[in-house]
Design a protein around this ligand. Sequence first.
Ligand code: ADP
Length: 292
Amino acid sequence: EFWNTWMRTMGSTDRIFEILRSHRAVPEAPPQPPLAGHIALRDVRFAYPERVQVAALDGVSLSIRAGEKIALVGASGAGKSTIASLVLGHYKMDAGSLQFDGIDAQVLGVTQLRRQMAVVEQEPALFSGSIADNIAFAVPDRVVAREAMVAAARLAHAHDFIAAFPDGYDTLVGERGVQLSGGQKQRIAIARAILRAPKILILDEATSALDAASEQLVQRALDALMQGCTTIIIAHRFSTIVKADRIIVMDKGRICQQGTHAELLRAGGQYARLMQQQLSQFQQLHDSTATL
Ligand code: ADP
């Protein structure tokens, strides 16, 4: 058993060193002024290197105003996460262009762009270490004054539960520390994102339900984070979708509809069908709990 673990560890360590030794593919760009947050994708085509025969994005054009909040909706595999990945510069698109404030992403450079972005993932990863380490992780060199950290945690509705631990912000999390609930982890991730003061926010909304009280706190924390940010939400919740400035409906790598909730409902089609599905799922859930 030990031998197997040892061999696996050796294999993984090799991969880690390979990555550490790798050189950046794109040279660092000269410094640019901070972004306003306008994003424009033009006729973007992209297939994942592992699946070149399937177009993950098949001619997507989308212009997002600075400060606008858009919700990406659509069936699983429609291309929502791929849009987020390309905006974050995880992959190079096969064709088309991506601009921020009218400047090509390649000119701005991925390091500078990411410095002005924050991501809140579905299931945020916390590292073993203290809560303070986990929040400070967002900023370069990880040096943050305690007051700034507490202010961010307060905005993220995380301060009260953190302060209630005997060791407060120095409480260890993870394997050897406290186990946090899903909602608490999310609020720590939101505090981390608030500290970055991003211009662009990518939000991958959790599909798994939190309990109602926790959900409400997470929502309030997100509202605080979204202030003044251009926000792209990979949306699953009805409440988020309805509140978005614009809803982008995706299907098989293309944008098939866009507009506000009311506009799209009136138009019928894909969005109205998606909403109908959500409603009937909710109805079924309601009926099953009513019979209990
Ligand atoms: P969504 O976020 O709407 O569920 P994705 O953007 O994840 O959709 O996926 C779009 C398409 O790209 C799908 O066909 C999916 O199978 C494929 N895809 C997503 N991620 C990868 C990957 N890492 N490697 C290969 N194919 C992928």
